[in-house]
Design a protein around this ligand. Sequence first.
Ligand code: NAD
Ligand code: UFG
Length: 370
Amino acid sequence: MLQSCDTMQPQTNGTNGTMSSSILITGGAGYIGSHTVAVLLEASTPHELVVVDNLSNAHREQGQKKPESLRIVEELTGKNIHFYDADIRDAEKLSEIFNKHNIECVIHFAALKAVGESVDKPLEYYQVNISGTCTLFDVMRKHGVYKLVYSSSCTVYGEPRKLPIDEAHPTGLGLTSPYGKSKYFCEEIMKDICRSDPKWTVVSLRYFNPVGAHLSGRIGEDPAGTPNNLMPYISQVAVGRLPELQVFGNNYQTSDGTGVRDYIHVVDLAAGHERAVRLLQQPGASGFHAVNLGTGVGYSVLQMIKAFEEASGRKIPYKIVGRRPGDISENYADVSLSHRLLGWRATRTLEDMCRDTWRWQSAHPNGFKS
Ligand code: NAD
Ligand code: UFG
């Protein structure tokens, strides 16, 4: 039986009985998904938004029908989101949702994403990230939906051969984690389905390092357990939840020896999805498009610490430890294709990223949990 906040009647627009056109957003209760939902609603998308999320990495308060992230986005925007507590591996439930809504395209965020955990649990990662993705594509095809925006990652490039990394850079070489491989394999699957049938239009967005939070400070990143990534770790040290940061290596060939990454504000990233949805609707866009979403600028770990200290007014104690296995030294994106193809550029600065992260973290030291 479909677990939903909505009834099982097809959604009509109430005036002439036709079904409103919808975007299905898998994993839309998560960090990037909820910001994308907010940005789409703030941009007055003409589409209804339908979110499918199994809440494996999103929090719902007891007695609430919707996860906190989406409940707050509804409050912020005054608009309704259709939410289904469902798993992308469940073809039957997905089909029921496709029957109920007039889905025009899909933004597919749902995935497991912890790199270290994926090494210990490869099957779980392949089941959700690959098998779940294939199930979704099959249901899409059966319902005549061939437009897709996919959450990929710069991890598909492996160790960069040149910087900045453009989309022609080889992918799939030297990938060390099942997580990274799952993103690469999904891209290969999407290339194959696009070759097999010209009805498919797929935009695979290769994110660099998403950080930051919505300007309201009411939604943001809420990692389960100890954060693996730099920015949430720094912000939890700043708020006093963690004692100190470990800096993984200071002997890389970078300006100060620490790892360099292209951090991108999550609201800029979300806006990139809005542009990708527009591209899907253009005639002649059919086929597979891989597009970097980054700023084109790299910052080191020590520069990130300093910027966060300035934004928060808090000291971030840290100690230098050995390199983290599998880490690369430096990466940042060539962002010219995103500008040409999507008409999109990141506009928010490192200061914005740190300030907005701090606004969210300081107001919600324990994330969404009350
Ligand atoms: P997240 O964990 O916050 O969001 C993912 C959402 O998917 C969660 O709400 C989770 O409950 C849901 N989900 C997981 N498995 C599911 C399943 N089987 N069925 C239905 N829902 C399921 O992660 P995020 O940071 O928002 O990442 C979103 C996407 O972006 C992922 O595909 C991730 O791999 C990709 N990505 C993230 C980053 C990053 O640094 N955050 C970088 C590159 C790519
Ligand atoms: N770092 C530390 N201490 C920490 C965490 C990270 O020094 O506690 C350093 C890392 O060594 C690296 C930099 O901070 O130099 C960034 O590390 P993150 O873990 O935040 O990001 P990564 O670039 O290593 O990887 C992340 C995701 C990947 C994703 C990639 C690109 O974990 O899944 O961004 O989006 F593919």
